[in-house]
Design a protein around this ligand. Structure first.
Ligand code: 4AD
Ligand code: MG
Length: 432
């Protein structure tokens, strides 16, 4: 008999097939067992009627525990009421392992227990849905840049220096006397790559030794980072918006079933997919907060409550650009019309998902950068290669970083980003 993925069973109506997977649940009604079988691609109800197998085998199947591995032979039958559109009339069952006492029962568990059992929790329906949507988002991101003439350039993980401030660096011993850091961002390398290839992006894991225990912080997360030679702050906002619209449209097109499993309100996603995100300056955003009497002090960075207030005010993703230079990174270009401002931009998501994108235009002037490196007390030797980019053919350029897990949390409507990466690394968790 041919093995068929559950997701493809609807192409085999009336035919005999084999499904290979795991038992999600089994209910019995008199002379019938209803087996919920999952294989990673989907879930199908397999109906086993007494008499089809020897009585002893029928009994044995009815006693298989949750997550027992098994192969099921059967004939595919169309069933409009079932989510997969089909059921299986069972003709044979071959248990591979009969599992007893699977730790994750079908009822609710607390988050600590689930995280400790992440390797098993991934088998749950909602977790499947989140992982499939994450995979779709990654494919959509790659497709977006590949179609627009960008080259994928992988950035290194071991780096000799900081990119996003020295307080969140993970230090590692690098052979005998040397030390290295786990990268916080591939940006500086993408700047080199953009001077070589024009339009580039990297997409990989980055590390932040953040002691923040919030629903938006991981110590290891995935970042997409495009960089564009001759690009400007305006280009960053245009491309970011088109990218978000593309991601949301792709998920709406390809992941309807998963969104339903997660009970995600798709009207929220449809609204984002229409685009047209407001663009305001930091000063305008600060004024909105002050007018609300929120307690916000202009000049400061926005905290989570400020982001939440702005998100509620706009009800849509919003770009906030032109920030006080002191609270932004050393590499940002200054606004020619007001040098106290950095040409940086953040995109804040609605519904409390916070900052999804950060980026802007980069300083292309050698002397200015030398000054900034001193001011930020960064070791100039480690940045000589980066300064070379300003010595040999410097041009205006710009780029941004999009946090993958925060994007997945937003799309899937998850409360916490720990569910949005297969194996989360957080302040107090590095197991499993
Ligand atoms: O704003 P960030 O720190 O920007 C950069 O690293 C730039 N070098 C990117 C660039 O211009 N190429 O980080 C970018 C995004 C944030 O907007 C957020 O979505 C995500 O990365 N992010 C985190 N996600 C999960 N956990 C954390 N601890 C994160 N820190 C940032
Ligand atoms: Mg940021």
């Amino acid at each position: 008999m041919t093995h068929v993925d559950v997701a493809r069973l609807k192409d085999h109506v009336g035919k005999p097939v084999t499904v290979r997977g795991w038992l999600y649940n089994c209910r019995s009604k008199g002379k019938i067992h209803f087996l919920q079988v999952r294989d990673g691609s989907g879930m199908v109800q397999a109906v086993l009627v007494k008499g089809v197998l020897a009585d002893a085998d029928f009994e044995r199947v009815g006693k298989l525990g949750q997550e027992s591995s098994l192969e099921v032979d059967g004939t595919v039958r169309e069933d409009v009421r079932s989510p997969s559109g089909v059921e299986l009339d069972v003709t044979g069952v071959r248990p591979i392992q009969d599992v007893k006492d699977y730790p994750i029962a079908l009822q609710e568990h607390g988050p600590d227990f689930l995280l400790q059992n992440r390797h098993l929790w991934l088998r749950s329906r909602k977790q499947h849905a989140v992982m499939r949507i994450r995979s779709r988002i990654e494919t959509a991101i790659r497709g977006f840049f590949d179609d627009r003439g960008f080259t994928l350039v992988d950035a290194p993980i071991f780096t000799p220096s900081a990119c996003e401030g020295t307080t969140t660096l993970f230090e590692v011993k690098y052979f005998d006397d040397d030390k290295a850091y786990l990268t916080q961002s591939g940006q500086l390398y993408m700047e080199a790559a953009a001077m070589a290839l024009g339009k580039v992006y990297c997409f990989g894991p980055v590390f932040r030794a953040e002691k923040s225990k919030t629903r938006k912080h991981l110590t290891e997360f995935w970042m997409l980072e495009p960089e564009i030679a001759y690009g400007t702050l305006e280009d960053v906002m245009d491309i970011s918006e088109a990218l978000i619209v593309h991601i949301f449209s792709e998920v709406l097109r390809a992941c309807r079933q998963d969104l339903a499993t997660l009970e995600r309100d798709v009207t929220k996603l449809e609204d984002v997919a229409r685009g047209g995100f407001p663009r305001v300056t930091y000063a305008e955003a600060a004024k909105i907060l002050v007018d609300m009497n929120s307690g916000f002090v202009p000049g400061n960075d926005f905290g989570a409550p400020d982001e939440q207030a702005l998100a509620t005010h706009f009800g849509r993703p919003v770009f906030i650009h032109r920030w006080p230079a002191e609270i932004k990174a050393f590499y940002m270009k200054r606004d020619p019309n007001d040098p106290s401002l950095a040409l940086g931009v953040d995109m804040i998501a609605p519904e409390g998902y916070g900052e999804i994108i950060g980026g802007g235009q980069r300083a292309e002037d050698l002397d200015f950068l030398l000054e900034q490196i001193k001011l930020h007390q960064l070791p100039q030797e480690a940045f000589e290669w980066y300064l070379d980019l300003r010595r040999y053919g410097t041009v205006p350029h710009a780029g941004f970083g999009l946090g993958l897990e925060r994007t997945v949390a937003w799309v899937t409507g998850r409360e916490h980003i720990r569910e949005c990466i297969p194996f989360p690394r957080m302040l107090y968790r590095i197991y499993p």
